[in-house]
Design a protein around this ligand. Structure first.
Ligand SMILES: O=C[C@H](O)COP(=O)(O)O
Length: 267
C-alpha cells in the first residue's frame, strides 16, 4: 500500500441482515472503532448493506455523525422507468451512498452480468456522483490453467471501457479471485499483489501513470483480521472488500485497524 492512497475497508453484507439488524451492527461497529480509537485517516470504513437497510443506515450515520461510509451492492443500468425491481443510481445518491459494488462475481455468475453490463452500471454510478467498486477476478479453472492475469485484465478492459481519466479518479477496483470467496481459501499476499500490480499496470497503459498511481485496488476473498496485515503489506493492495467477516463488528473493526495488527503470515 502506498501512503498517497487512503486504504478502504468495505464490508459487503451480501443478502444478510434486515434493517433492524443493520442498525445494531453499525452501532456496534461504530462503538468498537471508537473504543479502539480507530484512525479514519489510516483506513476508510464502509458498509455495503442490502438495499432495504440503506435508509436505516443513512439515518443512523447522519443522526450520530458517524465517520462510517455506506453504499449499495448493485445499481440499475437504467435511469428509471418501467424496470420492475431495479434501483437507479439517482435513488442511491438520494440515500447518501458513496459507493456501489458493480460486477461482483456473484452477480456475474447468478445474473449473467457481462463486462458490458458492468461498464454501464459503473458509468451510471459515476454520473450520479457515486464511486463504483468494480469487481474482477478469475474462477478456479482459470487460476489452475495459469490464465488468471490475462482473464482479469480482460475484465478490467471491458468493465472500464470508455471511461475518462477524470472518471477513473472516482473508481475503485476490487480483485476477488472467485475460488477464495467465502471458502476460507485466502489467496496469498503474493497472489493478491501479482494481480493488483497487473491491474495497475494495465490502467497505466490505458490511461496514465497519474491515474494508475491514484487508483485504489482492493483485494477480496476470505479476508480476516488475522490475515489482513500481510495482505496490506503489499504495495499494490489498497484495502479489502470483505464478505463474511464484515458481519462481525469486532472482526471487521480489526480488519479496518490492519495498521495496528501484527503480520502473522510469517513472511
Ligand atoms: O464481497 C466480498 C467478497 O465476495 C468476499 O467474501 P468473503 O470475505 O466472505 O470471502
Amino acid at each position: 500500500m502506498t501512503s498517497a492512497r487512503k486504504p478502504l475497508m468495505a464490508g459487503n453484507w451480501k443478502s444478510n441482515l434486515n434493517h433492524q439488524e443493520a442498525v445494531v451492527l453499525v452501532q456496534k461497529l461504530a462503538w468498537t472503532l471508537q473504543d479502539k480509537k480507530h484512525d479514519f485517516d489510516k483506513a476508510e470504513v464502509v458498509v455495503i448493506p442490502p438495499f432495504t437497510d440503506i435508509r436505516s443506515v443513512q439515518t443512523l450515520v447522519d443522526g450520530d455523525h458517524l465517520a462510517i461510509g455506506y453504499g449499495a451492492q448493485d445499481v440499475s443500468e437504467h435511469d428509471g422507468g418501467a424496470y420492475t425491481g431495479e434501483i437507479s443510481a439517482a435513488m442511491l445518491s438520494k440515500l447518501g451512498c458513496s459507493y456501489v459494488v458493480v460486477g461482483h462475481s456473484e452477480r456475474r455468475e447468478h445474473h449473467a452480468e457481462t463486462d458490458a453490463v458492468v461498464n454501464v452500471k459503473a458509468t451510471k454510478a459515476l454520473a450520479a456522483g457515486i464511486s463504483p467498486i468494480v469487481c474482477v477476478g478469475e474462477g478456479l479453472e482459470v487460476r489452475q490453467a495459469g490464465d488468471h492475469v490475462a482473464y482479469t485484465l480482460e475484465q478490467v478492459d471491458g468493465s472500464l471501457a470508455g471511461l475518462t481519466a477524470e472518471q477513473l479518479a472516482d473508481v475503485v477496483i476490487a480483485y476477488e479471485p472467485v475460488w477464495a470467496i467465502g471458502t476460507g481459501e485466502v489467496a496469498t499476499p503474493e497472489d493478491a499483489q501479482e494481480v493488483c500490480a497487473a491491474i495497475r499496470g494495465r490502467v497505466e497503459e490505458t490511461w496514465s501513470s497519474e491515474v494508475a498511481s491514484a487508483l485504489r485496488i482492493l483485494y477480496g476473498g476470505s479476508v480476516k483480521a488475522a490475515n489482513i496485515a500481510a495482505i496490506m503489506a503489499k504495495s499494490d493492495v489498497d484495502g479489502a472488500l470483505v464478505g463474511g467477516a464484515s458481519l462481525q463488528p469486532e472482526e471487521f473493526a480489526g480488519i479496518a485497524r490492519f495498521y495496528a495488527m501484527p503480520d502473522l503470515s510469517g513472511a
